[in-house]
Design a protein around this ligand. Structure first.
Ligand code: NAP
Ligand code: MG
Length: 402
């Protein structure tokens, strides 16, 4: 077969531990034999982040702005143990947080649905995609532990001298308080990313907050979404035959559980963090969850939702074969190839991305899977394979599609 040609390089962000190992396996088995791969390579492995004082993470995010599409391997977010383990100069920030701060935008997480693995919620027959706002709120908060009795106030001082002071609480004894923020600009871009994504996927869009309790903060999110929908998207949605639907978060949770799926659920930063793990687990596992960061300017960064699978890596280092699930990492690559193909008008590349996903899914549906899935799958005949065996089976399925 003649290799598929690319025009613009993908921004390739390599990572850590087991996922770094799988990254190389996937390239060797499923990409190089089929695609004349063009990437601009950034090594976000923890050692190299430390050597470059984390400049490599910033460079990789800037390259994503230049080229438009990136694919990222899972990376270690250092904690005290990792600082010791890797003898780090300092406890570097989470690469994902650094990249999100540079690109802004919304994280979309979609489960990979396969036959034989039934969602814990029986009525879910179609995927539910979580759209998580990736800026502000509790992730950029300021917190205080107040040791004794006193007054807590919230103060805004405008550059024009305007001053707003609100009394928060009179403390009779010790307690805690917190302030957090978001910006109209970020909320608007969150809204537009969600509307665009729903149109792209031809799926309804749901949005939920706690606006009845948070009458200014959450209500503002609701108002911005409603205004942008009316002014910019209502017609497009009606033409596409899809709906925008707002409801209170507790009502949304109840409706989601009773639904058959098949919609995008937009959530504020914290709600999205919590609900995406719930949805991933209920659909099967975190190893079957894809993730893409979509910036308001239309930059895309694809990755797996899971981490570096540390426990498996230590087994791998002992020379033991590991049955680590490569699906979400394969789908990070296929998502990036498909988007690159769309932007560059390369039908062959889009077709390859579709076939790669089809081959991966059909391998599992034929009963060949890693241990984590075998534990969940209701198929009668299952063969548990290690990661490399799985990838070579996918390759056979992929070759059969050409
Ligand atoms: P993890 O890597 O997601 O793994 C947690 C557990 O989930 C694993 O031990 C494994 O369970 C199971 N698992 C996850 N992915 C799997 C896969 N592909 N195949 C099979 N099983 C899978 O989370 P973690 O161990 O808490 O974190 C490890 C490192 O990842 C941390 O340093 C963290 O900072 C980093 N992290 C990075 C990202 C990112 O880059 N986006 C996200 C989250 C975490 P069993 O061990 O029971 O088999
Ligand atoms: Mg989380």
């Amino acid at each position: 077969m003649q290799k598929i040609m690319m025009k613009t390089p993908l921004v390739e962000m390599d990572g850590d531990e087991m996922t770094r190992v799988i990254w190389r396996f996937i390239k060797d088995e499923l990409i190089y034999p089929f695609v004349d791969l063009k990437t601009e390579y950034y090594d976000l492995g923890l050692k190299h982040r430390d050597e470059t004082d984390d400049q490599v993470t910033i460079d990789a995010a800037e390259a994503t702005k230049k080229y438009g599409v990136a694919v990222k391997c899972a990376t270690i977010t250092p904690n005290a143990d990792r600082v010791k383990e890797y003898n780090l100069k300092k406890m570097w920030k989470s690469p994902n947080a650094t990249i999100r701060a540079i690109l802004d935008g919304t994280v979309f997480r979609a489960p990979i649905v396969v036959k034989g693995i039934k969602p814990a919620v029986r009525s879910w027959t179609k995927p539910i995609i979580i759209a998580r706002h990736a800026y502000g709120d509790v992730y950029k908060n300021t917190e205080v532990y107040a040791e004794g009795p006193g007054q807590a106030e919230l103060v805004f001082t405008g550059n024009d001298g305007q001053k707003i002071t609100k009394h928060v609480h009179t403390f009779d004894g010790p307690g805690v308080l917190m302030a957090m923020h978001n910006t109209d600009q970020s909320i608007k871009s969150f809204a537009r990313s969600c509307f665009n994504y729903a149109l792209d996927q031809k799926m309804d869009l749901w949005f939920s907050t706690k606006d009845t309790i948070s009458k200014t903060y959450d209500h503002h999110f609701k108002d911005i979404f409603a205004e942008i929908y009316e002014n910019e998207y209502r017609e497009k949605f009606e033409k596409a035959g899809i709906e925008y639907f707002y409801t209170l978060i507790d009502d949304a949770v109840a409706r989601v559980v009773r639904s058959s799926g098949g919609f995008v659920w937009a959530l504020k930063n914290y709600d999205g963090d919590v609900m995406s793990d719930m949805i991933a687990t209920a659909f099967g596992s975190l190893a079957m969850m894809t993730s893409v960061l979509v910036s308001p300017e239309g930059y895309y960064e694809y990755e797996a939702a899971h981490g570096t699978v540390q426990r498996h890596y230590y087994r791998y280092l002992e020379g033991k074969p590991t049955s680590t699930n490569a699906m979400a990492t394969i789908f990070a690559w296929s998502g990036a190839f498909r988007k690159r193909g769309e932007l560059d008008g390369l039908e062959d590349l889009i077709d390859y991305a579709n076939k790669l996903e089809k081959a991966s899914v059909s391998t599992i549906e034929d009963g060949i899977m890693t241990g984590d899935l075998a534990a969940l799958s209701e198929l009668e005949n299952k063969t548990i394979v290690n990661t490399q065996e799985f990838l070579s089976e996918v390759r056979k399925h992929l070759e059969a599609l050409y």
